[in-house]
Design a protein around this ligand. Structure first.
Ligand SMILES: NC(=O)c1ccc[n+]([C@@H]2O[C@H](COP(=O)([O-])OP(=O)(O)OC[C@H]3O[C@@H](n4cnc5c(N)ncnc54)[C@H](OP(=O)(O)O)[C@@H]3O)[C@@H](O)[C@H]2O)c1
Length: 309
């Protein structure tokens, strides 16, 4: 794209990664529409971000509200110069084993992390196609390439985002529109503190007699530690987002942290059955989960071994 920098829309911009992306884009001369849920709008002022028309617009956007989505994209298209870059960053992370996810929990998780970003992309596309240029950046996760116990519905939402984005990458490439999945692994941020335990998961966590109690305590401690120890920060991941926007032909998948690259390679190189058993063996305290001897059976054809002819 030549000429002035494109207008960028960032969702979930008042905290964490969204805030870091917003600051980096502003520092690099991009006009930004920074959005947050109505109840979180005050955070912008607390972070020193104030409306500066032509440079920064602050708008309420609960991504799950269709009216909010439509009104905002319409305003950007007609009054703020057109939407050049859509950054779907807002996300929530539900923590629960499969048995502790109700249909309502499942829908709520999918709504924020999958249905709403795709709906925003759908609204953004007509303008991008008309201008024959655009960037759609979906903040995915290592959880979108590998699933972890207790994070089933989060992974499902990011796997869905990855699948739909992959299809979209092919569909809109002829118009010069780049679709990318920026995949952070663990980030040294408050993100994990915002994890939502489903009601059944919360009960299991506080009840040592619950069959899944050990799953939650071990996985919770493990993920918390990894998030504290990692070098990756919201700022380092934001730099990957900027790199993706600037790339003349951005890749579909952009691993944004060291562990994301590592797990990506492991998944590509190891036979799937070996990979799953290796990860199972590495799970924290897994010997204390359920009956100690239990190992998941491999499905037919999953072993990765070549059968003798
Ligand atoms: N932190 C990590 O280690 C990590 C790893 C991999 C991927 N990610 C992904 O990175 C993205 C940003 O996460 P983060 O680490 O920055 O977490 P965070 O600090 O919890 O930020 C999440 C943001 O999403 C917003 N949000 C949640 N529901 C929303 C809704 N319905 N409408 C609009 N905004 C909503 C939150 O707003 P409120 O404050 O109003 O709730 C918040 O601003 C997410 O997509 C997440 O899945 C994070």
């Amino acid at each position: 794209m030549t000429g002035s920098p494109p207008t960028c829309l960032v969702t979930g911009a008042s905290t964490g990664l969204g805030l870091a992306i917003t600051r980096l884009l502003l520092d690099n001369g991009y006009p930004v529409v920074a959005t947050a849920r109505p109840r979180s709008m005050d955070r912008f002022a607390e972070q020193g971000l104030v409306e500066d028309p032509g440079r920064l617009w602050l708008r309420p956007l609960d991504v799950t509200e269709l009216v909010h989505r439509e009104r905002l994209v319409d305003e950007i298209e007609h009054e703020l110069g057109g939407l050049g870059v859509l950054i779907n960053n807002a996300g929530v992370s539900y923590r629960a084993v499969v048995e502790h996810v109700s249909p309502q929990d499942r829908i709520a998780q999918m709504n924020v992390n999958f249905q709403s970003p795709m709906s925003l992309a759908r609204l953004a596309l007509p303008g991008m196609r008309a201008r024959c240029w655009g960037r759609i950046i979906h903040v995915s996760s290592v959880g979108g390439m590998m699933a972890m116990p207790t994070m089933c519905v989060y992974s499902a939402s990011k796997f869905a985002l990855e699948g739909a984005s992959e299809a979209l990458w092919y569909e809109v490439r002829p118009w010069g529109i780049g679709v990318s999945l920026v995949q952070p692994g663990f980030i040294n941020s408050d993100g994990y503190q915002n994890t939502f335990d489903t009601p059944q998961a919360a009960r299991a966590l506080s009840d040592p007699r619950d069959p899944y109690h050990a799953h939650y305590t071990h996985m919770g401690g493990f993920i918390g530690q990894l998030m504290k120890r990692t070098w990756a920060t919201p700022e380092s991941v934001a730099r990957k987002v900027l790199w993706t926007i600037r790339h003349p032909d951005p890749p579909l998948r952009v691993p944004a942290t060291f562990d994301a690259s590592l797990f990506g390679w492991m998944r590509r190189l190891l036979p799937r059955g070996v990979y799953h058993r290796l990860l199972y063996a590495m799970l924290p305290g897994v010997g204390a989960w359920g009956p100690a001897s239990e190992m998941p059976a491999l499905e037919e054809g999953e072993s990765g071994e070549v059968k003798a002819g």
